[in-house]
Design a protein around this ligand. Sequence first.
Ligand SMILES: [Zn+2]
Length: 492
Amino acid sequence: MKFTNQKTFSVSISAILVVFAMSSTFLKFHPSTTESKANEAVVDRPHYQIEATYDDQNQVVKGKMKVDLPESRTEPQKEVYFHLYPNVFQNWKYNKESKPQKPGFIKIQNVKVDGNAVKQEVRNEIMKVSLPQELGKGKSARIEMDYTLQLPKGGTRLNTFKHTAFLAQWYPMLSVKDKEGWHNEPYTTVGDPFYTNMSDFDVTFHVPEGYQVISTAKDPITKKGGEIKLTQHQVRDFAAVITKDYQVVQGKSGNIQVNLWYLAGMDDVKEELHKAAVDGMKFFGERFGSYPYEEIDVVLGETGYGIAGMEYPGLVTSVPKAPSLKGEVPAVNVVAHELAHQWWYGVVGNNQAKEPWLDEGLTSFSEFLYMKKQKGENGDEWLKKVVTRTNQIHDSLHVHSAQKLYDYPDEVYGLMVYLRPTAMMFDLVGQIGEDKVMKIMSTYYQKFQYRTATTKDFIQVANEVSGKNLTSFFDQWLYFKANDSKNKKSAS
Ligand SMILES: [Zn+2]
């Protein structure tokens, strides 16, 4: 995601955060081969089948979901967890500015495992489904359930407005179980706590007359009303917008279909932002490696209080305009940021709750690089200030740049997690050259595509590709190691 300059960032560093918001001023396509290569291997991804009916009178989605769990499993398991994110909109415990006008929630019924009814336990946004038998290695299982989703009005990400339903984290989402156990990390408003594995999705919507669906999958653009069938394999999430309000500008970036969706009153930005999306997909594809899907949708509008844009696989949101030193300008930098997330988050995953810098830092660097190369907007002076300010923040709050999402006070999150790593990557360009840094990014992309990478993985790729030991470079930038030893010396 990307922030706006709203009150989320006030407190003592308001000045630099205004400039943060103003970062807007400068601030090989082979899909069939990558897809088919991936599909030849044993499919070890969950497979979701969702049948969803939208009631536009009551803003309710009735869903029937089947999830086939993959066979790959390192140890037997007795239960499975799901995130029920819509429940955070029931009793809003976050800042009052982002409180929905009308609450939302999700109710689950008729849970079955391999056809047998089982009990589920729901605690706020987490549901535990107990398995009737321990699920061993090499054994699949089908979990079925019905759900009723009441959409909030004025919600963050998940939302309804006019004749539009914005479906983000709108179905029970499987928790990830890895070496560390189950990841049932809680929701937050500042930052993205959503950590998921690659999955396959077959989604059928039933929508009222006149409505169309914009989604993570390749969308049937002219189809309105009735049954709309969508399929997308090998993605981390499935987002959709059900709407009667949006119009589209279509185009191609190489073989990728690029759709920009806009509302009435956005005519003055639609062409420029569509061009930015076409150019952005080409720019990142050439540098990092090809985008492996057929389509990308950019949906303009408000994502929620304090959020300028948000990324989902194959679909991103952006505000139409962002503040700059020249006043409000078309939000090219927000579009570039969210599109770069298709590489860092979408294809190369990471645990966003545990190491948010890894996707946000690389994405922010990609955005700044795009703005510099394509728009001639140089962020060097601004990034120098970021370094000074983040050094001060580290000294006073003892946070570094590679911590958990929950460890940061809201007002320093963007500086520590987005901007200091951006400054780090430009410093690396200065030290080893841009070609080498691009080679690091493209190697990391190739090596970890469809997987979950860690900070350690990224540093290892950087060391291998550069032929240098850059560990102390990253230690200093991310963990402030040199600062701490310097402080220790001066104190002793
Ligand atoms: Zn982001």
